[in-house]
Design a binder for this molecule. Structure first.
Ligand SMILES: C[S@@+](CC[C@H](N)C(=O)[O-])C[C@H]1O[C@@H](n2cnc3c(N)ncnc32)[C@H](O)[C@@H]1O
Length: 244
C-alpha cells in the first residue's frame, strides 16, 4: 500500500464525503444488498463471530437493518477512528446488538484467530491486498467473503472521473485504488488455504439436477444467482456443500 492511500484513509477523506460519494454511486446500497444476500444464502449459526475488516463508517446499515446482526457477535475494524465512531453510533441504535469496533490494520493485524466468518467489502483495492488476504485467512475459522470492484473494460480508473467528485474524495485522483483481477484474488486465497465458491451458481445447478418438480417449486432466484456469480466467498479446501 502506498503512503498516500493510507494517508487518504487515515486523515484526508472525510466520512461525510465518502458517504455522499458512495450513496451517489448507489454503491452503499449495493454493498448492503450483497451482505444481506450473503448471510441469507450462506447462513451462519446464531452466536457466530463475524469480523468486518476495513468496515468504514457502516454506511451499509443505512440500507440494511443493523438488526440483521442481532444473532451474531460482531467485530468491526478500520484504520480510521472517526469512521469507527460513526459506525458505532449507527449500531448503537439497536438494543442488544453485540458489537465492538477496533482500530486495526488489515495488513498487519493484531487480532487473534477465532472469527467464524471474515468479511471484507471493497477493501482489497485500497491496501496491500496480498497481506490483507493473508490476514483474512489467518483470522477466519470457517470462511471469508469479499466484495471486490470490477469495472467494465472501457473504464480505466477505479473512481469514475466523468462525474463530479465530492470534496475530499478528490484525493483519489492522485492515489488511485488498484483494482485486482478476480482470478488473482482467488489464487491468493487458494494459496492461503481457502478455495473460492460461487454458491448461488452451485445452488442453481443443484436445483436443475433435482428435476422439474423442484425447479417449479423453488425456481432459481435471479438476483441471488447474479450475486453469487460476482462475489466469491472462500471456504476450506476440504469438500464443502452450500446449503440449498
Ligand atoms: C472503500 S472503503 C470501504 C469501507 C466499507 N467496507 C464500505 O464498504 O463502505 C475502504 C475502507 O478500508 C479502510 N482501510 C484502508 N486501509 C486499511 C487498512 N490497512 N486496514 C484496515 N482498514 C483499512 C478505509 O479506512 C476505508 O474505511
Amino acid at each position: 500500500m502506498t503512503i498516500r492511500l493510507r494517508e487518504a484513509w487515515t486523515s484526508l477523506v472525510k466520512a461525510e464525503d465518502y458517504e455522499a460519494h458512495m450513496a451517489d454511486a448507489g454503491q452503499a446500497q449495493a454493498n448492503a444488498n450483497l451482505v444481506v444476500e450473503y448471510l441469507r444464502l450462506q447462513p451462519t449459526e446464531p452466536g457466530a463471530t463475524l469480523l468486518f475488516v476495513g468496515a468504514g463508517t457502516g454506511q451499509m446499515f443505512d440500507f440494511a437493518p443493523p438488526s440483521l446482526l442481532l444473532p451474531f457477535d460482531t467485530t468491526f475494524t478500520d484504520i480510521n477512528p472517526e469512521y469507527l465512531h460513526r459506525l458505532a453510533a449507527r449500531l448503537g441504535l439497536v438494543e442488544g446488538l453485540r458489537h465492538r469496533e477496533l482500530l486495526d490494520d488489515v495488513e498487519d493485524s493484531r487480532l487473534r484467530r477465532g472469527f467464524k466468518l471474515v468479511l471484507g467489502v471493497l477493501v482489497l483495492e485500497h491496501v496491500d491486498w496480498r497481506r490483507a488476504v493473508a490476514t483474512m485467512c489467518r483470522l477466519a475459522e470457517e470462511r471469508a467473503f469479499v466484495v471486490i470492484q470490477e469495472n467494465p473494460p472501457t473504464l480505466a480508473t477505479a473512481i469514475t472521473l466523468n462525474r463530479p467528485i465530492i470534496g475530499t474524495m478528490n484525493v483519489f485522483r492522485d492515489c488511485s485504488p488498484v483494482l485486482i483481477p478476480r482470478s488473482e484474488v482467488e489464487a491468493e486465497f487458494r494459496r492461503e488455504g481457502l478455495s473460492p465458491r460461487y454458491f448461488a451458481e452451485t445452488r442453481c445447478r443443484r436445483q436443475e439436477n433435482a428435476g422439474p418438480r423442484l425447479r417449479e417449486k423453488d425456481p432459481p432466484d435471479l438476483t441471488s444467482s447474479d450475486f453469487g456469480r460476482n462475489c466469491p466467498h472462500f471456504v476450506p479446501k476440504a469438500p464443502f456443500l452450500p446449503q440449498a
